[in-house]
Design a binder for this molecule. Sequence first.
Ligand SMILES: *[C@@H]1O[C@H](CO)[C@@H](O)[C@H](O)[C@H]1NC(C)=O
Ligand SMILES: *[C@@H]1O[C@H](CO)[C@@H](O)[C@H](O)[C@H]1NC(C)=O
Ligand SMILES: *[C@@H]1O[C@H](CO)[C@@H](O)[C@H](O)[C@H]1NC(C)=O
Ligand SMILES: *[C@@H]1O[C@H](CO)[C@@H](O)[C@H](O)[C@H]1NC(C)=O
Ligand SMILES: *[C@@H]1O[C@H](CO)[C@@H](O)[C@H](O)[C@H]1NC(C)=O
Length: 428
Amino acid sequence: MLGKWSLLFSHMCSSSSSLLLLWTLVGLDVVEVSGSQPGIPLSVVKLWASAFGGEIKSISAKYSGSQLLQKDLWAITAPRPGTNSSSEPGSPKYKEPEKSVRVEEIDGVKLVKNLALKLEEVFWKKAEATRRLVEAAEEAHHQHEDNPDLQYEYFNAVLINEVDEEGNNVELGGEFLLESNDHFNNLSVNLSLSVVQVPTNMYNKDPYIVNGVYWSEALNKVFVDNFERDPTLIWQYFGSAKGFFRQYPGVKWHPDEHGVIGFDCRNRKWYIQAATSPKDVVILIDVSGSMKGLRLTIARQTVSSILDTLGDDDFFNVIAYNQEIHYVEPCLNGTLVRADRTNKDHFREHLKKLFAKGIGLLGVALAEAFTILNEVRIFPYLIGRESAFADNLKWMACANKGYFSQISTLADVQENLTWTVLFPRLIS
Ligand SMILES: *[C@@H]1O[C@H](CO)[C@@H](O)[C@H](O)[C@H]1NC(C)=O
Ligand SMILES: *[C@@H]1O[C@H](CO)[C@@H](O)[C@H](O)[C@H]1NC(C)=O
Ligand SMILES: *[C@@H]1O[C@H](CO)[C@@H](O)[C@H](O)[C@H]1NC(C)=O
Ligand SMILES: *[C@@H]1O[C@H](CO)[C@@H](O)[C@H](O)[C@H]1NC(C)=O
Ligand SMILES: *[C@@H]1O[C@H](CO)[C@@H](O)[C@H](O)[C@H]1NC(C)=O
């Protein structure tokens, strides 16, 4: 009997060591990445790796309940005092093992193979559904000819079922039947139609949008068909570069307490990952005296929005400059870091501490950026309404395959940023 227990434990041990292995691999990955940019010494990375290892071991012990399980098993197998056998009817001092706890030998390889097959099937079905949507979208777009005068009423996610004072449906609203559905978290949905959401700062009836919404109606029947073929599917949606978002099944959207819906599909991780290739980004912020007050606030917001558009595949750093350059995070001097959530939040905290003083010398900051990045594109953002610098910055953008934007108010930040995500290897 003991043989079986130890077998089980050795399985446990080996599974936790494979976790550790995974982490060491991640550690190696870091070495490789930082290897191309001189900086983090190997010994430091090893230190991190073993710290991560320790963390993950204690986390997995805590949440898998492996120690409790061990205790239970011990209660089953431990010899009673005064006997050498565990099978004797228990003395009351000893905890009776849970009746429901049973020990079975499991073929790990078979288990993993089965799991792999099932996962493959699940992913294949999802990929098929996506492929059908892509084909339908390409075909419909190809067939469509843009018409700037196109009038077309669609179901707007925010306006459906809304009425004016006289009780009439509002434009782009209309009556839209909804029914509670427990597959969709008991939300009220319409399983035969999708709805369209347009970002708050854009015009619902912009011909640009209306044309896109019109041809993408073709996706409705594919959405329905996909859901019939694979009822485990949940939301299916299409995000357009023009900013509208078509979602199936149809559902009503409600603005937040300030009456706005901040959602823009082009800022979502899935959209950005699909639309862009991995990039290295160095953001330079002017913190000279001229940036005091609102401008610095706008600059912070702009940087924060740029960070939103970066994903796990991207690397970045932020440099503030006046007559000197200051890495916003001095520990990460001269290198780039992965744009994961933790790093981005960390940099956002540091952004709050920036203050404006001195004179701004862009040249030094650019030189630093050029040493960190190999191939560079420049995307300058001019904050304020003056045009004195605009020509220089435009020139700089053009000479470096970039794109120039001018930002005067906080509201501009979102709209003018959508361009940045489309270009690999940029600096702003
Ligand atoms: C238990 O086993 C040990 C060694 O196997 C033996 O010396 C001891 O006498 C045994 N005790 C009882 C209570 O059977
Ligand atoms: C979806 O809404 C449309 C428009 O209100 C309605 O004609 C249709 O019956 C609804 N479909 C379902 C499944 O509720
Ligand atoms: C949905 O509602 C049903 C009954 O109204 C309930 O049994 C079920 O648990 C709910 N599901 C969710 C996900 O809330
Ligand atoms: C970056 O680090 C190097 C060497 O560690 C140092 O010479 C340089 O001044 C630092 N630069 C900044 C901007 O902190
Ligand atoms: C930036 O946004 C403003 C207002 O939305 C717009 O007028 C301006 O043309 C935009 N600039 C660029 C370069 O997109």
